[in-house]
Design a protein around this ligand. Structure first.
Ligand code: SAM
Length: 401
């Protein structure tokens, strides 16, 4: 260990924390966290680091078991330490097993243990009672993890060609799906679909809704042609409609309609899980590969985490089915996606890139790749609104001249 280097990191961490304390901004918080992480890593010995990294799936497994044993709702309500026997009685489960699972959670700050075999919630245990975060954990564990495990074998069998066919991805290889795309597979498995839709609700995590940082008034709302009948925002591949609901909360007086589009099975599931009427969100069944966009002349066609699911070839089909509905000089495409930096991308965009690769041969894109994709499809980027660190950016585009 290089003590001087560690001292320098310690100072950077202190400095960045001071800036966060003084400004309270999200950027400074993220920077301070990154510095603290680098400091912690510099104090770890390499072989220890590798050993812990390799064991990390066991932590996710322990959380999944704890979710199944209903540990978190009991802990979340506790105002005094909960004895092991009470947690074991919830399922019921063998107390020895519960103790072993909880040890993993305590060691990873997911649960606190103020006295032997007595437990209190942390912020993470409380979060694990919320549908979006449960969805993140369960969908990645149940639907994605088996394919992560098979991916090296798949890539060797395909001579390390970059996956670009959604029908030939690690998912099909793992589950022997034949020529079935991942979303069709989800639609045939109600529990998996429900987990996935919850996962998508949770995928934004604590990162800001675009309405909190993007100049929505100037770029979308302030236009003289918008009336109450105008489709204001069409969320294509919207999942549970959380982004539209968030938009309505932030802009309750916005003129025009909010429309949620997705596959019919998804819309049926969403209607059972979400109160769309309360947010005045309309629904429209739409298959973006096989139909032309039915909502004509919207102010904004919004895609979040949709294009990253698809290769350039598939994205072209989606754009070609959208363009006939766009009104030149009025309609915009708003894509909320990662805009990868050319170097030193942070961890979350990179692991998301692995997830979309195994699920449908998708990919996260750099700004250059986004630009090439838009130009190749008769579209023009108006502006790339880039977020630092792990934030999703906005690609604002329109029909090219
Ligand atoms: C990665 S999810 C993103 C969901 C949501 N936009 C979000 O960011 O939380 C992709 C969405 O695209 C939808 N989708 C997949 N294939 C589709 C198709 N052919 N037509 C319309 N929607 C589709 C899925 O059902 C899913 O809701």
């Amino acid at each position: 260990m290089d003590i001087q280097q560690i001292e320098a990191l310690l100072k950077h961490t202190q400095d960045s924390f001071d800036i966060y304390k003084a400004t309270g901004t999200e950027t400074s918080r993220a920077h301070a966290q990154e510095q603290a992480l680098q400091l912690a890593r510099s104090l770890e010995r390499p072989r220890d680091a590798i050993l812990k990294l390799a064991y990390s799936p066991a932590i996710v497994m322990a959380v999944k078991v704890a979710l199944d044993m209903k540990v978190f709702p009991i802990l979340a309500e506790a105002s005094s330490p909960v004895p092991l026997a009470k947690l074991a009685a919830a399922k019921p489960a063998d107390p020895i097993l519960v103790e072993r699972i909880l040890r993993v959670l305590v060691a990873n700050s997911i649960v606190a243990e103020p006295a032997p075999c007595e437990y209190l919630p942390t912020a993470l245990s409380k979060e694990l009672t919320q549908r979006p975060s449960i969805g993140v954990l369960e969908s990645l564990f149940c639907e994605f993890l088996p394919s992560f495990q098979k991916t090296p074998e798949f890539l060797e069998a395909t001579n390390y060609r970059n996956p670009d066919d959604p029908l030939v991805a690690p998912l099909q290889y793992t589950h022997e799906l034949g020529k079935k795309n991942g979303f069709t597979w989800l639609c045939e498995n109600p529990l998996a679909l429900s987990r996935f839709n919850s996962f998508m609700e949770g995928q934004r995590a604590d990162r800001l809704h675009w309405g909190d940082w993007f100049p929505v008034d100037e770029q979308i709302l302030d236009h003289p042609e918008i009336t109450s009948e105008t489709p204001l925002l069409v969320d294509i591949g919207a999942g549970r409609g959380h982004d539209l609901i968030g938009f309505r909360q932030r802009f309750p007086d916005a003129t025009g309609k909010l429309i949620l589009e997705d596959l019919s099975t998804v819309i049926d599931e969403v209607k059972g899980a979400q109160d769309l009427a309360a947010a005045k969100v309309d629904t429209q069944v739409f298959d973006f590969f096989n139909e032309v966009q039915p909502v004509q002349g919207a102010r904004a066609y919004y895609f979040k985490n949709v294009m990253h699911d698809w290769s350039d070839e598939k994205a072209a089909i989606i754009f070609n089915n959208l363009k006939p509905a766009m009104k030149r000089g009025f309609s915009k495409i708003i894509m909320e996606e990662y805009i990868l930096p050319d170097q030193n991308a942070s961890s979350l965009p990179c692991t998301t890139d692995m997830a979309v690769m195994i699920f449908c041969s998708g990919l996260e894109r750099t700004r250059q790749r986004w630009d090439n994709l838009l130009k190749a499809n008769g579209l023009r980027a108006l502006k790339y609104w880039v977020r630092e660190g792990e934030g999703l950016g906005i690609i604002e585009a329109e029909l090219a001249e």
